[in-house]
Design a binder for this molecule. Structure first.
Ligand SMILES: Cc1cc2nc3c(=O)[nH]c(=O)nc-3n(C[C@H](O)[C@H](O)[C@H](O)COP(=O)(O)OP(=O)(O)OC[C@H]3O[C@@H](n4cnc5c(N)ncnc54)[C@H](O)[C@@H]3O)c2cc1C
Length: 333
């Protein structure tokens, strides 16, 4: 049985082939069956479809497992072929090189389940669940604690790794524990204390462990209308202060306290500055938006330009919050 590219997001059986395409070569795309599972791996899968920036080249191999068994099989597949593994969630904090990525990209966005435990007030969710969707579900139930997260368009896995936060709250404050998978296939439960959380960082960044599940402590028993109103207010505030109408990764730089990165960039006169299709947003200077047809290299060079300009003016080197994956040209002209 063969499977079309359109069907390849759905983890179903396809033809088994041993073809191994080379990164950067114009080889024909193929879809293969991940041994021992009903999940497929695509070759030469364009990552622009899987990132909020809508830019980036192809993954040599790409898979989006729907359960732990398929995820473990993906890791085994990569290990047996000695190819690198890159883990992504919803791709909302990523800048992927135009040259693509070697090895296997594993997206955890299709790992899905959630359980709101009324006894404990804890929410246990798979890594691929959408953060905004959970915030709305909690609001519907009258559970407080996730109102702040409604505007963060990522997954649970990405939030745990990034310590995603907004409106003076963050993931670390809510997290009870996370289940993580090591490359050798073993599962471990870690607590928030184990993860060395601080501003937008955790011990999991740069590690080879994959978040498969997380448990958050919420506060049940509130009036759903009240929680819904607070959630909606956060969402509306975001829509009025941040450019959600163009592809972006949210804030590009960490805030170098006591200043905000957006303020420094705006004061440097860079609002609206554009390289190719990448532009410093008019609405919020810490956002770089894809105005259409941007390449990853446009965004990368705009990041470098902002860093140089802000450093010249303020002697502060802005540190990117966005995760850059793959190779980027050092010279931006
Ligand atoms: C419009 C917009 C607004 C945003 N606003 C905010 C905001 O207010 N606050 C904020 O903190 N962020 C914000 N972001 C950034 C982004 O949504 C968050 O960083 C989010 O937590 C990333 O989640 P993700 O699933 O998209 O992860 P990805 O972007 O796919 O990955 C981010 C990092 O996490 C790793 N990762 C992802 N999933 C896993 C996993 N299961 N196991 C191991 N590693 C994993 C990746 O390797 C990568 O290093 C915004 C982005 C956009 C586009």
């Amino acid at each position: 049985m063969t499977i079309s590219q359109a069907d390849a997001n759905v983890c179903t059986v396809s033809t088994l082939t041993t073809e191994k395409p080379e990164i950067g070569n114009a080889v024909e795309s193929s879809v293969i069956y991940l041994p021992g599972t009903d999940c497929v791996i695509k070759s030469q899968a364009s990552l622009s479809a899987y990132t909020s920036y809508r830019v980036g080249g192809a993954a040599q191999w790409y898979t989006a497992p729907r359960n732990l068994t398929a995820l473990q099989a993906g890791l085994k597949y990569a290990k047996e072929r000695d190819i690198p593994v890159t883990v992504v969630g919803a791709g909302s904090n990523l800048l992927v090189s135009d040259r693509g990525l070697p090895g296997l990209v594993i997206a955890t966005r299709h790992l899905r389940y959630s359980y709101f435990d009324p006894e404990t007030g804890q929410l246990t969710v798979a890594a691929g669940e959408s953060i905004p969707s959970l915030a709305w579900q909690a609001a519907d139930l009258g559970w407080e604690g996730l109102e702040w997260a409604v505007g963060i368009p990522g997954t649970v896995g990405g939030a745990v790794v990034m310590n995603a936060g907004a409106h003076s709250s963050c993931t670390a404050e809510m997290l009870v524990s996370a289940q993580v998978l090591s490359p050798d296939g073993t599962l471990e439960t870690v607590t928030a204390a184990d993860l060395n959380y601080s501003y937008r960082t955790s011990k999991l960044q740069g590690s080879d462990r994959i978040v498969t599940q997380a448990t958050f402590q919420l506060r049940p028993g509130a009036d759903p209308a009240k929680v819904f109103a607070a959630t909606k207010q956060h969402k509306q505030h975001r829509l009025s202060t941040q450019p959600y109408n163009f592809p972006s990764c949210g804030s590009v730089f960490r805030n170098p306290k006591p200043h905000s990165a957006g303020w420094l960039i705006e004061q440097t006169g860079l609002k609206g500055f554009q390289i190719g299709g990448a532009q410093v947003a008019q609405l919020h200077a810490n956002f770089i938006v894809n105005r259409g047809g941007a390449k990853a290299s446009d965004i990368f060079c705009l990041i470098r330009h902002i860093q140089h300009q802000v450093q010249d003016r303020w002697s502060i080197l802005l540190e990117p919050e966005v995760k850059m994956l793959g190779e980027f040209q050092a010279a931006c002209g």
